[in-house]
Design a protein around this ligand. Structure first.
Ligand code: GUN
Length: 294
């Protein structure tokens, strides 16, 4: 069994990006600038966005965090997005999800300029991804592809089972794993809450990508020998004995599943850090595109 070490690989990617940014600075060029909008103060979202901003500093990007109260109206958020769309200094930005219930997420995602949509959530970018055109690939699926590639995991002709059909992970992942190329070229089954015989389907998988959010859902007896296991779940479980009052766990019963898998991602330290590294990669791409257009 080999650990797909997202922490290590993400640090390598950040180092690669930092070298490119240092070269930009040396030449007197503008460095990439990422902005993030956070509406409200959901604990997990605060942690993720804080991490994204810190990573920008680490690689030498400019970063801006826009915080708005949880009572923000849809119009106020749309106005802020328009402001960032027009701000020439900002190369890319994200609107952290989920949004409060008074705001229509689809309207918000449509409002982001596709050229600055480093999350790859705008329908134009999502469509391009599905059609194999060059675009911003959503950071979590992009990070999983990068891990599979850097560890030389064979995906061609394999059966990939994706658990969960969210727009952020499961849906794009299912498209990417079936695309022509590598990583890809696999036969994909997208499973969700209405899937019948899910355990039987999982037992046939060469590659399992779980983005369900149910702690320790995937047990050793459910998987095939030598399956590749990608755990996208990040759930906070309340526990007073921990300093923070909770601990983080994934969808996979790591202790037992790892004994049977060929490759496996840990939680934390697997997919999570890769997501941030790939967001930085998309921001660098946005900067390069903006420069070449001028
Ligand atoms: N919420 C959970 N994951 C993500 C992500 O990748 N991007 C944004 N914008 N919000 C998220």
């Amino acid at each position: 069994m080999e650990i797909l070490d997202g922490k290590k690989v993400s640090n390598e990617i950040k180092d690669e990006i930092a070298i490119q940014v240092a070269k930009m600075r040396e030449k007197g060029e503008k460095v990439p600038h990422l902005a993030a909008i956070l509406v409200g103060s959901d604990g997990a979202s605060l942690t993720y966005v804080g991490s994204k901003v810190r990573s920008c500093e680490k690689v030498g990007f400019e970063s801006t965090l826009v915080r708005m109260p949880s009572t923000t109206s849809e119009l106020e958020l749309l106005n802020k997005i328009e402001e960032l769309n027009k701000n020439e200094d900002i190369d890319g930005f994200i609107v952290q999800l989920p949004l409060p219930p008074q705001i229509d997420t689809q309207k918000v995602l449509l409002a982001v300029d596709p050229d600055k949509d480093v999350d790859g959530f705008h329908p134009m970018n999502f469509g391009k991804m599905a059609l194999d055109m060059s675009t911003f690939i959503p950071a979590t699926p992009f990070g999983i592809l990068e891990l599979l590639e850097r560890y030389n995991v064979d995906t061609k002709g394999k059966h990939t089972v994706v658990i969960g059909r969210s727009h952020i992970v499961g849906r794009p992942m299912s498209i990417l794993m079936g695309r022509k190329g590598w990583p890809g070229n696999s036969t994909v089954t997208l499973t969700h809450s209405h899937t019948k015989n899910i355990t039987q389907i999982i037992s046939q998988a060469d590659i399992v990508i779980s983005a369900l959010g149910v702690p320790k859902f995937l047990k050793a007896e459910m998987i095939k020998d030598d399956a590749v296991i990608i755990d996208v779940g990040i759930t906070r479980v309340a526990d007073d004995s921990c300093e923070k009052g909770y601990y983080i766990t994934g969808d996979v019963d790591f202790e037992n599943v790892s004994k049977k898998a060929s490759f496996i991602t840990p939680v934390p330290g697997g997919v999570g850090p890769m997501t941030i590294a790939m967001l930085l990669k998309n921001t660098l791409l946005a900067r390069e595109r903006h420069r070449s257009r001028k």
